[in-house]
Design a protein around this ligand. Structure first.
Ligand SMILES: [Zn+2]
Length: 187
């Protein structure tokens, strides 16, 4: 409960202000303060969250599963609980930029994500897809990401399916742990 303690102790310029910022927007802080960590021989532009995520601890990055060429991560702005993104490690924008191994593993991870989400939350259906380019609605257009959005009957009645839903970071961390365990068990 360091977050709460920091909150109580806030009031000086001794670093606690940063603690308060982190309490409210820890994931944003991670992305802002995270350093580029070049590895693997391909370019990772500074500030790209999908390039940074695999290099961060799982609790911060919300990475659920790692493959050889792609990884699955919880969306920070989920349309529904359990909304996952499958991303190549490589910083490429267009689906046609994926090489064959990336294409194959992205498909396999999309299937695995569906199975895991169904297992843990009994989703009734899914929206799958990629927004290609800013005009098509991609929030981070420069780095390809496949959405896996679980759907339940009637969810549109009480949740904004299009648009960004604010979710408490702790809830996201719990969801990540649940999905990561189920994913590891199914592998
Ligand atoms: Zn990137």
């Amino acid at each position: 409960m360091t977050g709460a303690e920091r909150h109580t102790g806030y009031g000086g310029d001794d670093g606690l202000a940063d603690g308060l910022d982190r309490l409210w927007t820890p994931h944003r802080m991670t992305y802002i303060s995270g350093e580029d960590r070049p590895e693997g021989g391909y370019e990772k532009p500074a500030g790209c969250p999908f390039c940074l995520a695999p290099g961060l601890p799982a609790e911060e990055s919300l990475v659920v599963a790692r493959g050889e060429h792609v990884y699955a991560v919880l969306n920070l702005y989920p349309y529904n609980p359990g909304h996952l993104l499958v991303c190549p490690y490589r910083h490429v924008a267009d689906y046609t930029d994926l090489d064959e191994p990336e294409t194959v593993e992205l498909a396999a991870f999309t299937k695995a994500a569906m199975r895991v989400i169904r297992h843990v939350s009994s989703a009734h259906g899914f929206n799958l897809g990629m927004n290609q380019g800013g005009v098509a609605g991609a929030g981070i257009a420069a780095h390809l990401h496949q959405h896996v959005v679980p759907r339940w009957g009637g969810d549109a009645n009480f949740m904004p399916v299009i648009g960004r839903t604010k979710v408490l970071p702790q809830l996201l961390a719990d969801t990540r742990e649940l999905l990561a365990k189920a994913w590891a068990a199914a592998a």
